[in-house]
Structures are given as structure tokens and as C-alpha cells.
Design a protein around this ligand. Structure first.
Ligand code: AHR
Length: 642
């Protein structure tokens, strides 16, 4: 029996309970959400060779490409160009360069692409260039345009390429820039964009944006994660170097083994929020980098505090402020709404253990100028990192906790917040996921995620915000740095994991008040935790973990109750539901169910909809009713009180 008590007032649910977390990992932006199709467009990825670029020549030989630092494009960050020696080009014998994209280039029928590039010759004459999207074997040309006659001075060229309506979709394609006239050509910032979400220049991939918008996320935590910290202080996320025209952005080494173009810069993050109607949760660099470099509190830290204050001004300042004016020049005069700022990321890993002082310096400076902002500490003393750091000098508004567990461990932890300290700061579960399924998580993980989320909803007085991580993964083997992710894609297509669908359903049926709900006779499943690596002979005692998890919320505005139930086992469970103290409960409602025959079932590029929500009408509802929860299922019962 599940008993929901409507006679009690319940506890308000934070409207920001469900959001998104993002950073450059798994080719999330370059090769992912950021719609640029050309890889290594500014030739800095490797520094020695023009990776992802190759020579194209119809016949003969002699053509060559090489990186060249002798001719930077004036007044830009484009310091390394690609030299094409095309002395043997001749009518009928084209010579050029090809880019293989991020594991291919997406070709769709009836689609307009914007190509652009900087180019110059050695001044010995003008060289006409053509731009084409063609098959990797060079035989099929999907779209072509005249790129312009290139002269001895650097100049930017832009062309539109359009595919025919009957083109067969493929990712087996490349971008080619070529000539049939002899000469030497230098190229820089070679770019190709398909249509983007809301048609934004320098914008985002449409299918991925739509998936994110459908989740109705209330916030976006960015730019990390590790990515905000940087591999070193020098390579932290330097937001000022991510502003303005992309040719002004030098890019930087990311923290997950590849270079970032910084096409996804600070303003793009904010526009991304705007497009999702989500608010930014801005993480600022706090003096600690992943290589252990540490800038302790004091005068040495002050430039970084100042950097954070200026970043906040860029986001929120009006056009009369220095950085608000810069934002206006960048194309967005209206300030963005900002309520949350996070100081660093996972500072519990900091061996110097001096976060308290660093946090305090940021806290005091930010609160002095922006008292309305809620500040988030990244350590808690308890501690989810096995560290014992705690902020004691100041009272953070929230604490960011991270949980990456296997599904059974996550289910075992679903009651974590039932007995949590109520007097301390609110909790922001800024990264978490049940981890089974590779490179995107499976139904077992989704069941555990949902179990954990019922715990968040029941404890909405403590948990103010949460966001799953990582969000995005390019599923090509070279694209995966983290094995358990929410949304997968390749150059051509994308899909949501079962975890994605569960997140989406929970977020779409959030409610505004969490109702007391209790249960009788919940069964258990046995979980044998693995032995610690150091003592493999010492198995911890087996644990009994519930087979069913639940929460209930109410939306006053919609006049609805959302009863969320997770059946974590492979047999159906019949449950009697009592809505104590309810007024009217309509006999008809609906059920949204995410389930599948096996808990290992999952979605993939080839089978994107194996585990998806199914909505059906339910009759026979009322103040008391019985419902059979399907095996391995997450169910949201929507009950109308009108
Ligand atoms: O989500 C992947 C990584 O996990 C994040 O970058 C980091 O904060 C955490 O350790």
C-alpha cells in the first residue's frame, strides 16, 4: 500500500530542482552541440601536423599541405595557417584540401550550409577556389559553390552550399576546397555550418537542442566540471578569451585530452540557456587546477576574484558597465538573469586543503557587490570525496555534492536525504548518475536514477537543485572519455538513453509541493557490494535494497497529483494507492511509463527508441485504487483533482 497524505501541507518543491550540467567532455561542444562541422578549423589541434586535413589531387602528384606560422591573419588569434602547394593544378586536374569533420560530415537533403574561410596566395596571381561537400571517395558531390578568387592579401570568404532535395542522408562525407589553377594558397579558420537551432550564427545542432529543450531544464551548470578548473591554472576556462568573433578566440587545451576551439564561449553558453528558458548556474575558477596548482587566499588570488566579478558583470551588468557594454557589443544588450554562482569545482580533491580561505575571499567579494546571488561551495566535510574539507568561515547558500554510483548502490542511496541535516545549507547535487551501460546508460541505471530522484522530491526542503552528468557523448570510440552518459550522438543522428527519458519525465511532471507518502510491505532485493580492491577477500555484508521507490507531488496550477513509482525488479508489483484527505480525484488519468523486458536494455544510434516513455489513459482512479506497476518500470501516474 502507498498512502499519500493530502491533508498535510507538504513541502514546497524548488522550481529549480531539475537542470542540466555541461562541460567540454566526450566532444560535447566541438563535435557535438556546437554545430561547426569542420574539425581543427584553425589548425591548432596538434601544433605540428594538419590533423584531420588531407591533400586532394586528381592526377599526378606534387601537391602538399603543411602548417605555416609565418603569416598570421592580421588582428586575429589565427596564428597558424594551412599552406597548400598546388603548383601542379591545371584545368581538369584539381588540387585541394579536405577535412574529414568529426567522424564524418553530416549531409542532409534540401539543406543550406554556410562555408567560410580566410585565404591568401603568395601574391603571384589570383587563384580561384571551389568549395564542395562530397563523398569521402570524391565521386559524389553533394553541394558545391565557387569560393572566390584568392589574392595576395588575407581576406575572409563566405559561400552558401545547398544539397538537393533527393540527396540520401549520410555522414560519409568531407569538405573540400580546391583549385584547377596552379599556385600556393594559405587557408585559415575554415568553417562549415549546417542550419542551427533558432538559426543562430555560430549556433547549436538542432536535434540535440530539441532533446535538451524537451527536458524543460530549469538551469544549466557551466562550464564545468573539470573544464572550469583547467589542467593547469594557465589552461583554465579563460572566459575573456571566448568572447567576440570566433577568429578572436585562440582556443585552449581542454581537460579531457583534446583542444577546445572555444566556439562555445561564455555568450554562447548564455544564449544556450536563453534558448532552453533555463537560468545559468555560473561556475567560476577558484584558484585550484587539476594538476594540483593552487593559489591560496590572499593577494595572489585577488586577480582571479576580480576575473569572477567581471564575469558576473558580463552576464548581469547593464550596458553602462564595462563588461555589460562588452556583452552588448557582442550582440546581447539585455543582461541575463543570474541567481547562482559556484566557486570552483570538486575542491575536496585539493591536497592543500585551503578551500575554506579561497571560498571566503570569493564569497566576501561577490556578496559585497552582488548580495542577491546565492553562492555554492564545492565541499561539504562529510564527505562524498573521502576528504574532510569544509567551509566554516562563511555560510555558503548551497553545497554541491557529486554521486557517481552503480545502480544498486544508487538505489541503496535513494534514502540518503531522508535523514539529512536540516539546519545547514541547501544541497545542489551538481553531478550524479547511476553508471551501467556504455557509452550511454541502460534501463537499470535509469531505474536507479529515478529511485534517487524520488528521494530528492521527498526531501525537497533540503535538495534545491540537481543535474545529471555527463550530459552529452559523441559515441564514436574516439569521442568517449567518460563511459556513462545521458545523450549519445554521431555526426548523423542522436538519441536519449533511458536515463534521459526518466529525467525528462520527472522534469515535465515536477509539481510545486511534495506530499508526504508512506508505504507498507515494500519488498527488498539483495545487493552484494564488491570487495575493496586492496582487500579482495573481504566481501562487505550483503545489503537489502528496496524493490520499489516512490514520491508524490502536486501542481496547484494544473490541479494534478504526480505519483512517481519505480519498480526496480523484473516482476510486476500490484499496489493499493490511498490518497488520504483528497477532495475530488477524477476516475480517468494517465500513466507515463518507461520500461523494458530486460534491465540491460538500452538505446543506441541503431535502435534509438527501444526504451522510451509510453503514455496511456488509465481508468478506475479515485481516492483509493489499485495499480499494477510493470516489471522494470518508472511510472508517473497523473491524477486530476478537478
Ligand atoms: O562529469 C565528469 C567529471 O566528474 C567532472 O568533470 C568532474 O567534476 C567530476 O569528477
Amino acid at each position: 500500500t502507498l498512502k499519500v497524505d493530502l491533508a498535510k501541507p507538504g513541502i514546497p518543491v524548488s522550481p529549480t530542482l531539475y537542470g542540466l550540467m555541461t562541460e567540454e567532455i566526450n566532444y560535447s561542444y566541438d563535435g557535438g552541440l556546437y554545430a561547426e562541422l569542420v574539425r581543427n578549423r584553425a589548425f591548432k589541434d596538434d601544433g605540428k601536423t594538419p590533423v584531420h586535413w588531407s591533400v586532394v589531387q586528381d592526377a599526378g602528384g606534387g601537391a602538399a599541405i603543411a602548417l605555416d606560422e609565418r603569416y598570421p591573419v592580421p588582428a586575429t588569434a589565427l596564428t597558424t595557417s594551412l599552406r597548400l602547394d598546388a603548383a601542379h593544378a591545371a584545368p581538369g586536374h584539381r588540387v585541394g584540401v579536405a577535412n574529414d569533420g568529426y567522424w564524418g560530415i553530416r549531409v542532409k537533403p534540401g539543406t543550406r550550409y554556410r562555408a567560410s574561410f580566410y585565404a591568401k596566395t603568395d601574391g603571384a596571381g589570383s587563384v580561384p577556389l571551389t568549395v564542395s561537400i562530397e563523398g569521402v571517395d570524391g565521386k559524389t558531390v553533394y553541394a558545391q559553390a565557387v569560393g572566390g578568387r584568392i589574392s595576395g592579401e588575407w581576406k575572409r570568404y563566405e559561400v552558401t552550399l545547398a544539397t538537393a532535395g533527393n540527396v540520401k542522408p549520410t555522414a560519409d562525407a568531407r569538405l573540400v576546397i580546391a583549385t584547377e589553377s596552379p599556385g600556393t594558397v594559405w587557408l585559415n579558420q575554415v568553417s562549415l555550418f549546417p542550419p542551427t537551432y533558432k538559426d543562430r550564427p555560430n549556433g547549436n545542432r538542432i536535434d540535440l537542442m530539441q532533446k535538451l529543450v524537451d527536458m524543460k531544464p530549469r538551469f544549466l551548470r557551466f562550464p564545468g566540471g573539470n573544464y572550469v578548473e583547467g589542467g593547469s591554472v594557465e589552461t583554465r576556462f579563460k572566459w575573456k578569451e571566448t568572447l567576440g568573433p570566433v577568429e578572436q578566440r585562440p582556443g585552449h587545451p581542454g581537460t579531457w585530452g583534446y583542444r577546445s576551439s572555444d566556439g562555445m564561449g561564455l555568450l554562447e553558453f548564455l544564449l544556450w540557456c536563453e534558448d532552453m528558458k533555463a537560468e545559468p548556474v555560473l561556475a567560476v575558477f577558484a584558484g585550484y587546477a587539476l594538476n594540483g596548482e593552487n593559489v591560496p587566499a590572499g593577494p595572489g588570488l585577488q586577480p582571479f576574484v576580480q576575473e569572477a566579478l567581471e564575469e558576473i558583470e558580463y552576464v548581469t551588468g547593464d550596458v553602462n558597465t564595462k563588461w555589460g557594454a562588452q556583452r552588448a557589443r557582442d550582440g546581447h544588450p539585455a543582461p541575463f538573469k543570474l541567481r547562482y554562482v559556484e566557486i570552483g569545482n570538486e575542491d575536496g580533491f585539493d591536497k592543500q586543503k585551503n578551500y575554506d580561505g579561497r571560498y571566503t575571499q570569493f564569497h566576501d567579494a561577490i556578496k559585497a557587490k552582488y548580495p542577491q546571488l546565492k553562492l555554492i561551495s564545492t565541499v561539504n566535510g562529510k564527505d562524498w570525496l573521502g576528504q574532510q574539507q569544509k567551509v566554516t568561515s562563511r555560510a555558503p547558500d548551497l553545497i554541491d555534492e557529486h554521486y557517481y554510483y552503480n545502480p544498486m548502490q544508487m538505489m541503496n542511496d535513494a534514502a540518503r536525504y531522508d535523514s539529512y541535516e536540516r539546519k545547514g545549507p541547501k544541497i545542489f547535487i551538481g553531478e550524479w548518475a547511476a553508471q551501467e551501460g556504455d557509452p550511454t546508460t541502460n534501463l537499470h541505471s535509469a531505474l536507479a536514477d529515478a529511485a534517487f530522484m524520488t528521494g530528492m522530491e521527498r526531501n525537497a526542503d533540503v535538495v534545491e537543485m540537481s543535474c545529471y552528468a555527463p550530459l552529452l557523448v559523441n559515441v564514436n570510440p574516439g569521442g568517449v572519455q567518460w563511459r556513462f552518459n545521458m545523450i549519445g550522438y554521431d555526426a548523423q543522428a542522436s538519441y536519449g538513453s533511458p536515463s534521459y527519458h526518466v529525467q525528462k519525465v520527472f522534469s515535465n511532471y515536477l509539481g510545486d509541493v511534495s506530499l508526504p507518502v508512506s508505504a507498507q510491505k515494500v519488498g527488498t532485493q539483495t545487493w552484494q557490494e564488491a570487495a575493496p580492491k586492496e582487500t579482495p577477500q573481504l566481501l562487505p555484508p550483503a545489503r537489502e535494497v528496496p524493490t520499489m521507490f516512490f514520491s508524490a507531488t502536486r501542481s496547484a496550477q494544473r490541479g494534478e497529483i504526480y505519483l512517481k513509482v519505480v519498480n526496480a525488479i523484473g516482476t510486476a508489483q500490484a499496489v493499493k494507492v490511498e490518497l488520504a484527505g483528497a477532495g475530488k480525484v477524477a476516475p480517468d488519468g494517465k500513466a507515463i511509463v518507461v520500461s523494458s523486458a530486460k534491465k540491460e536494455d538500452t538505446n543506441t544510434i541503431a535502435e534509438p527508441a527501444k526504451v522510451v516513455p509510453v503514455t496511456s489513459k488509465v481508468s478506475g482512479l479515485g481516492k483509493e485504487f489499485s495499480y499494477r506497476f510493470a516489471p522494470y518500470s518508472v511510472t508517473v501516474l497523473v491524477l486530476s483533482t478537478r
